[in-house]
Write a protein that binds this ligand. Structure first.
Ligand code: ATP
Length: 708
């Protein structure tokens, strides 16, 4: 594929004035209130530079309506100190071979009904009537009978295949049949551990629906970020099915006397591979050992995930009893006792042990990738969002995964500022009617819950998020998953894309790759994931229309872009101005840039040949954050939003950043548990102080690496 290029000395269209001609159209925005604040007269706090920019802007606007200049000079403007061309000095886009891939297939539905199983008639009428589930999925058909027999089980099936009901139905069936009857002040009979708060809420809602006909069974949910005091009160009143995030559960087990664990007969670990990996294994193992000490009856344990690999049950002292392995791609089997060896990697960066696990992805999901040089990333993302927002399909929503919290904040803010119609009082129709959401681990719990619920019910919209939304979330009508930053592992890829194409519906996934990263397509092919290429040019073409629409709305028809380059350049200028004009935006862009580079340095070692910080051209990366220069200080942000929310960022990545100057073994960092800690923070906070000091030393090293 050929990148559209212009020679360095070719005329660069100076279209700055069309984009920023009047004050009403030049308002940089952080949000609406910020805009209002910015409308004030300059104060003594305004920097000289800002005043100069505004002065320049005013003088420039006088010329605006006269001509559109085409200049052979680098495009300088009254607004931006400089503007480097988007289309020069970019690396070539390599052509990617079509790799034949035999995808692992799983049938979604079983052809059987819930009525075919030995379930309470009210349970069946609830499932088939109220919940309108006519047919069992394959995993439900296989797992429910096994769990009704009281077996331990390890359940693996593709994302969006109904695993929640595959354990929830037999669990409720068991509890409703107990004699004497389950009573709320008996406390928990079942513990369900999930990695994130949103998933806890979602699973809780599923149980609420299921226990409808059995009102004496009380489900409840406890999770980090909520008030402990009110949770304690609820635990005292009694919860029979307790859904929890691990840190907060351990906190209550340790500190809440009324939490009686002796009756717990079910332990369900959803997203078990995530929960039992580094960072959570210790917490889960502490929970398991308390359950072992206090149990009065045989416990039934169920582990589930779309990417469950052999040996995971040996972690955290789980000691499952002759577990049945339920894998929809395989016949039912009892565990062979095979334990996966520690991770071994082949030369091309593929972990062969995991590859042998053969993870299925939904057949109705189409995977694509687009190769975009860094300078063009932001406009390409914007172009993609704009193009999809104009389509009127049923699955209108989009989820965009980013590597860090700062990056989520930045992209959400700048794209909302520049693309949407929030300016419509002054320039109606100049923006687009796109609702943007954000979700990451550093948001207040109240805000997180609201965003999650609002996005679930929204008809359309774009959710920018970290990997906090990658696992288990059932977000209705999501048509596109965009991975703007490549995930650290193929399992992360599978879970992220699994937020679409659920329960047999159609879905699409788009992965952004840098030209130096195209080998990642091969890595995914080894995991039986087939991606086809989307041409960057096709993507950018859509900007012609949106920019033209904008010019028309601004009564600047004569400034309509004539080429893709002009359209992209015009948009990039607006991004850069938005950042340049506003101190808060500048600061956010820098932090996002820095955290991106740090996250980039945190890819697991077996992917370093593809994703290495030394492959990054920091000046070009800066452009993708609408910055005119790369901030020099990379390693210095640890605080708010510095976390990555992801396994890569929070796990291996942090380890690397925390590497001691002596080159000794990497130390764990607080953000190992940043997102999912859910109350664990307090338990471990003391031990973290020392780690932070060590991390500072690691940051210095990082800075040096990033500047190479
Ligand atoms: N038998 C069924 N028929 C129709 N829809 C179903 C059925 N069972 C579950 N669903 C719906 O399918 C969706 C996905 O279910 P669920 O979230 O349990 O999937 P999952 O396999 O756990 O996905 P993930 O691996 O991403 O966590 C939910 O909206 C659920 O209500």
């Amino acid at each position: 594929m050929q990148l559209p290029t212009m020679a360095e000395d070719e005329p660069v269209l100076n279209i700055t004035t069309e984009a920023f001609s009047g004050r009403s159209k030049t308002k940089s925005k952080l949000n609406r209130s910020e805009r209002m604040r910015k409308n004030r007269q300059p104060t003594e706090n305004d920097t000289k530079q800002q005043r100069d920019i505004k002065d320049d802007e005013r003088s420039d606007s006088k010329q605006t309506n006269k001509t559109r200049k085409i200049t052979s000079q680098p495009a300088t403007t009254g607004h931006l100190p400089s503007f480097s061309s988007l289309f020069t000095n970019n690396p070539d886009i390599p052509s990617v071979q079509n790799i034949p891939v035999q995808q692992v297939k799983e049938a979604m539905f079983s052809g059987n009904r819930f009525a075919d199983l030995k379930l309470h008639p009210y349970m069946v009428s609830n499932l088939e009537g109220k919940m309108e589930l006519a047919e069992m999925t394959s995993v439900q058909q296989k797992a429910i009978p096994v769990l009704l027999q009281g077996c331990d089980a390890m359940v693996k099936s593709q994302t969006g295949s109904g695993k929640t009901l595959s354990y929830a139905v037999p669990l409720v069936q068991d509890l409703q049949a107990r004699t004497p009857r389950v009573c709320r002040d008996h406390g928990p009979y079942a513990i369900v551990i999930v990695p994130t708060r949103e998933l806890a809420l979602q699973s809780y809602e599923t149980f609420q629906k299921l226990v409808g006909p059995f009102s004496w069974i009380v489900p409840g949910c406890i999770m980090g970020g909520e008030k402990r005091k009110s949770e304690k009160a609820r635990l005292r009143k009694g919860i029979n099915i307790l859904i929890a995030t691990p840190g907060r559960l351990l906190d209550h087990i340790t500190n809440t006397k009324s939490l009686e664990m002796s009756r717990v007969g079910w332990l369900v670990i959803d997203e078990a591979d995530r929960l039992l990996d580094l960072g959570f294994e210790k917490v889960v193992s502490q929970i398991v050992s308390v359950m072992e000490e206090t149990r009065e009856r045989q416990r039934q344990t169920v582990l589930l995930s779309a990417t469950l690999s052999a040996g995971v049950e040996r972690l955290a002292g789980m000691s499952l009893h002759d577990p049945v392995r339920i894998d929809i791609t395989q016949p039912l089997s009892h565990d062979t006792g095979h334990v996966t060896e520690p991770e071994h990697c082949s030369d091309n960066g593929v972990n062969k042990d995991s590859v042998s696990a053969n993870f299925a992805v939904p057949e109705t999901l189409q995977h694509q990738f687009v190769v975009v040089p860094h300078k063009l990333r932001l406009v390409s993302l914007a172009a993609f969002i704009l193009s999809k927002s104009q389509e009127h399909s049923e699955n209108q929503k989009m989820v965009v995964f980013l590597s860090t919290q700062h990056s989520v904040e930045f992209h959400h803010t700048i794209l909302e500022n520049v693309l949407t119609d929030t300016d419509s009082e002054t320039t109606p129709g100049s923006g687009h009617d796109i609702v943007m959401f954000k979700l990451h681990g550093d948001m207040l719990q109240k805000e997180r819950t609201k965003v999650f619920q609002d996005f679930c019910v929204a008809k359309s919209g774009v959710l920018f998020c970290t990997d906090v939304a990658a696992r288990g979330l059932d977000l209705p009508n999501v048509g596109w998953i965009v991975q703007y930053n490549t995930p650290g592992t193929a399992t992360d890829y599978i879970h992220r894309v699994g937020r679409t194409a659920r329960i047999g519906s159609r879905g699409h996934a788009l992965l952004f790759l840098n030209p130096s990263e195209v080998k990642y397509v091969q890595v995914l092919a080894e995991y039986k994931i087939k991606l086809t290429e989307m041409a960057m040019n096709d993507l950018l073409k859509t900007l012609m229309l949106s920019e033209a629409k904008r010019c028309l709305a601004n009564k600047q028809k004569y400034l309509r872009p004539r080429t893709v380059e002009e359209a992209a350049t015009s948009l990039q200028r607006r991004f850069e101005l938005n950042v340049h004009e506003n101190k808060d935006m500048r600061s956010l862009a820098r932090k996002a840039f820095q955290s991106f580079v740090r996250a980039y340095a945190a890819y697991p070692s077996h992917l370093k040949s593809i994703f290495h910080v030394k492959h990054l051209h920091l000046g070009h990366v800066a452009k993708s954050f609408a910055l005119q220069d790369a901030p020099t200080h990379i390693g210095g942000i640890v605080g708010k939003f510095g976390k990555m929310d992801s396994k890569r960022g929070a796990g291996q990545g942090r380890k690397r950043l925390s590497t001691t100057p002596s080159g000794g073994p990497p130390k764990k960092h607080k953000s190992n548990v940043s997102e999912f800690a859910s109350g664990l923070d307090e338990v471990t906070s003391k031990s973290l102080t020392g780690r932070r000091k060590k991390q500072k030393a690691g940051n210095k090293k990082m800075k040096a690496a990033a500047q190479r």
